[in-house]
Design a protein around this ligand. Structure first.
Ligand code: ADP
Ligand code: MG
Length: 389
């Protein structure tokens, strides 16, 4: 059972702190894609209709506890204001009395929560300070539910807490997916957020029949194994212990990769030999999985009854490096049409589905990447364990 927002009896005049995920792509102070804002509209509108006072919290990017003007939430507040046909004031100083002056049916938005050092340090005093601003807390951002931080899990220690309508839909969708999923279940994991994805694979091998690896996660492994990876994106901080998962019999890695520079020049295929060797020159990078790997992965995908995908196989933003990702997505869509259960999650992963015009062909699409992987692998997410009864 989840404590849903709809269970709150009297919302009138109540101050509701709502943690959303409005981590939208910004370009020159403009919101490039407003789908994350749109996704939480039902929750916000519900609260406003019930005459609550809504205080929104989100982060954008990784300002690491410092004020980075380019990462201000102001453009987001503007877009939301237009959608709601209301002024959405941005509050930088949470101690100011602006929040206290909010009227029923009004919305305020706290400035990028990662500008506050307390959020970054997971400081319980900051959690307490945030909770003093409101009577209740609502979590609506699934993509942040796996983060242990004051604005996600910390405030829940001090305030009655509920799941918003978006988050509820996500949890119910994922629960249904878990119930319906059949073996063979194959996970395809790529992308760039190595520090959150590597630890999850350990749990995933317990429920999956195979895990196919792509993206920058693989670069980190190659580097640890003393292959020359040039200027490839790697996670220098990955521990040897976390990398051990790559030798698990269910984990499969690319046999070849695409190497080149960030602009898409000097692109070539390099086979990964058993013994460590230089894959690219110091200026070059590994930017996609190779054609042989695509073929192997397609073969595995063809056998699956459940498919879970998160994270691009390569630097898809440059078209010459999008091929590996596109081929894998095409294979997923083919299986989906044949009745396999397909589950896709993650910010950029959704962007890819949209680019290819195939979002509707996937059984369930989750806004969370790392959060989705953690949730379906059975790990308790700090943001939602409180709600479960
Ligand atoms: P998601 O948002 O779907 O959860 P991530 O945020 O973890 O996925 O990662 C997506 C990003 O990973 C994309 O922007 C893509 O360019 C990047 N990426 C994948 N492979 C590579 C690579 N080999 N080198 C550099 N970037 C990569
Ligand atoms: Mg992402």
């Amino acid at each position: 059972m989840i404590a849903s927002l709809k269970q709150i009896k009297n919302l009138k005049n109540k101050r509701i702190l709502v943690r959303v995920d409005f981590n939208v792509p910004l370009q020159k102070g403009k919101v490039k894609d407003d789908s994350r804002i749109r996704a939480s509209l039902p929750t916000i509108q519900y609260l406003l209709k019930k005459k609550a006072k809504v205080i929104l919290i989100t982060h954008i990017g990784r300002p690491e506890g410092k004020v980075v003007p380019e990462l201000s939430v102001k453009p987001v507040a503007q877009v939301l204001g237009r959608m709601l046909k209301k002024k959405v004031e941005v509050i930088s100083d949470i101690q100011s009395d602006k929040l206290g002056k909010l009227q029923p049916g009004e919305v305020g938005m706290i400035e990028n929560i990662r500008f506050f050092p307390g959020e970054e340090k997971n400081d319980s005093a900051f959690a307490k300070e945030l909770s003093s601003l409101a009577d209740m807390f609502v979590l609506d951002g699934f993509a942040v539910a796996h983060r242990e931080s004051p604005s996600v899990s910390g405030v829940q220690k001090y305030l009655p807490s509920y799941v918003g309508l978006l988050l509820q839909k996500e949890i119910e969708g994922l629960d249904a997916a878990l119930q319906k999923s059949k073996h063979p279940a194959i996970f395809i994991i790529g992308g760039a957020k190595i520090e959150t994805k590597l630890p999850v694979i350990k749990n995933i091998v317990k429920i999956a029949d195979a895990v196919l690896i792509g993206g920058a996660i693989f670069n980190t492994y190659l580097k640890a194994k003393k292959y020359g990876v040039g200027a490839s994106l790697v996670d220098e901080g990955a521990s040897e212990k976390s990398l051990r998962i790559f030798s698990h019999k269910k984990v499969f890695v690319p046999q070849d990769v695409i190497v080149g520079d960030k602009k898409g020049k000097k692109v070539r295929v390099v086979a990964i030999e058993k013994v460590a060797h230089a894959i690219c020159s110091p200026e070059e990078m590994i930017l996609d999985i190779g054609p042989e790997t695509v073929k192997q992965y397609e073969k595995s995908i063809a056998k699956a009854k459940t498919l879970v995908w998160n994270g691009a196989m390569g630097f898809f933003e440059v078209p010459v490096y999008a091929n590996g990702t596109y081929e894998i997505v095409r294979a997923l869509v083919t299986k989906s049409k044949k009745g396999a259960y397909t589950l896709v999650g993650g910010g950029e992963s959704i962007e890819i589905l949209e680019q290819m015009g195939v979002k509707k062909k996937i059984t369930f699409v989750s806004t969370g990447g790392g959060a989705m992987l953690e949730y379906i692998s059975g790990k308790k997410l700090p943001g939602i364990q409180f709600f479960k009864k």
